[in-house]
Design a protein around this ligand. Structure first.
Ligand code: NAP
Ligand code: MG
Length: 401
């Protein structure tokens, strides 16, 4: 059989631990036999990040800007324990944080829906994609613990020295104060990434804040979204038959619980942090969740939403059998290959991605799955497969489609 050709390389970011093992298995079993795979390889495994003083992460982000599409394996974010384990020169920053900062992107997370793994919310028929703003607010806060009486003020000193003051509170006793900020630039990037992603995936976009209470801060988010939508996206949305819908955050939460799904829910940083954990756990499993970073300039980085599955890796190292779910990592590859196919006008590559996703889903729906899914499925007569055999079964299914 002739292999499918590619014209532009994908930026391939390899990673750590169990997901690094799965990465190689996926390439060997599911990609290389069918595609003349072109990638520009960056090893983001912690060992090599340490050797290069993390330069490899920066280089991989630059390559992503150049080529437009990357696929990333899960990576270790070092903590104190990892400093000793890997004999690190420094506690290197989270690669995801570095890449996000370089691409100025928004992360979209979507559950992979299969029959037999039903969401807890009965009426959710289609996936709900969560888009979380990744800059500012309470994540870049300044806080003071007040011990006794005194006056708290908000002061802004303009570049020309002019001061604007607002009274926060006249304390008569102990209390707390918090200062937060955001920038119009970051909010605009967030808005554009959301509008582009909605058009890309032909889904409605919901956005919500607490603008009735926060008449300047949250209202600014609402206004920026609306201005950009009216100026640049309204006609495109009309043509695609999709809708941009703004409402209050409490109204949004109530509506989401009653909705059928099939839309994108854009959230401010804190709302997105909290709501993405709720939505993903209600849909079943982190191992069944895709994640893509989309920059406002239209650059894409695909990955799995879960981490490096450290516990399974240590079992693997000890020579024990593992049953680690590779679905989200497979979908990172198919997402990237489909996008590459779309940008380079290679319909065969796009069809390959569709077919591999279909093969993955039907393998699970036929009752062949990893242990994490076997524990939550409503299917009967399930076969629990090890990490490698699950991927091999997907290949068998693929060859019958
Ligand atoms: P994790 O790797 O997501 O795993 C946590 C637990 O979730 C696992 O022990 C396992 O449960 C279950 N799990 C996650 N993915 C699974 C899969 N594909 N198949 C089966 N079970 C799965 O999170 P972590 O243990 O907190 O973090 C490990 C490392 O990953 C850390 O060094 C962290 O920095 C890194 N991390 C990276 C990313 C990223 O690169 N995007 C994201 C998050 C964390 P059981 O043990 O019960 O089987
Ligand atoms: Mg969280």
């Amino acid at each position: 059989m002739e292999k499918i050709n590619m014209t532009t390389p994908l930026v391939e970011m390899d990673g750590d631990e169990m997901t690094r093992i799965l990465w190689q298995m996926i390439k060997d079993e599911l990609l290389l036999p069918y595609i003349d795979l072109k990638t520009e390889y960056y090893d983001l495994g912690l060992k090599y990040r340490n050797e290069t003083n993390d330069q490899v992460t920066i280089d991989s982000a630059e390559a992503t800007k150049k080529y437009g599409v990357a696929v990333k394996c899960a990576t270790i974010t070092p903590n104190a324990a990892r400093m000793t384990e890997y004999d690190l020169k420094e506690m290197w920053k989270s690669p995801n944080g570095t890449i996000r900062a370089a691409l100025d992107g928004t992360v979209f997370r979507t559950p992979i829906v299969v029959k037999g793994i039903e969401p807890c919310v009965k009426n959710w028929e289609k996936p709900i994609t969560l888009a979380r703003h990744a800059y500012g607010d309470v994540y870049k806060n300044t806080e003071i613990k007040v011990d006794g009486p005194g006056k708290a003020e908000l002061v802004f000193t303009a570049a020309d020295g002019t001061e604007t003051r607002e009274l926060i509170h006249d304390f008569t006793g102990a209390g707390i104060i918090q200062g937060i900020h955001n920038t119009d630039k970051s909010i605009a990037s967030f808005a554009k990434s959301c509008f582009n992603y909605a058009l890309d995936t032909k889904q409605d976009l919901w956005f919500a804040t607490k603008d009735t209470i926060s008449k300047k801060y949250d209202h600014n988010f609402k206004d920026i979204f609306q201005e950009i939508f009216d100026a640049e996206y309204k006609e495109k949305f009309d043509a695609a038959g999709i809708e941009y819908f703004y409402t209050l955050i409490d109204d949004a939460v109530a509506r989401v619980m009653k909705a059928k799904g099939g839309f994108i829910w854009a959230c401010k940083n804190y709302d997105g942090d909290v709501m993405s954990d709720m939505v993903s756990s209600a849909f079943g499993s982190l191992a069944m969740m895709t994640s893509v970073l989309v920059s406002p300039s239209g650059v894409y980085e695909y990955e799995a939403a879960h981490g490096t599955v450290q516990r399974h890796y240590y079992k693997h190292l000890a020579g024990e059998e593992t049953s680690t779910n590779s679905v989200a990592t497979i979908f990172a590859w198919t997402g990237a290959l489909r996008k590459r196919g779309e940008l380079d006008k290679l319909p065969e590559l796009m069809e390959f991605a569709d077919k591999l996703e279909k093969a993955t889903i039907s393998t699970i729906e036929s009752g062949r799955m990893t242990k994490d899914l076997a524990l939550i499925t409503s299917l009967e007569n399930v076969t629990i497969l090890n990490s490698e055999n699950f991927i091999k079964e997907i290949r068998k299914t693929f060859d019958t489609l």
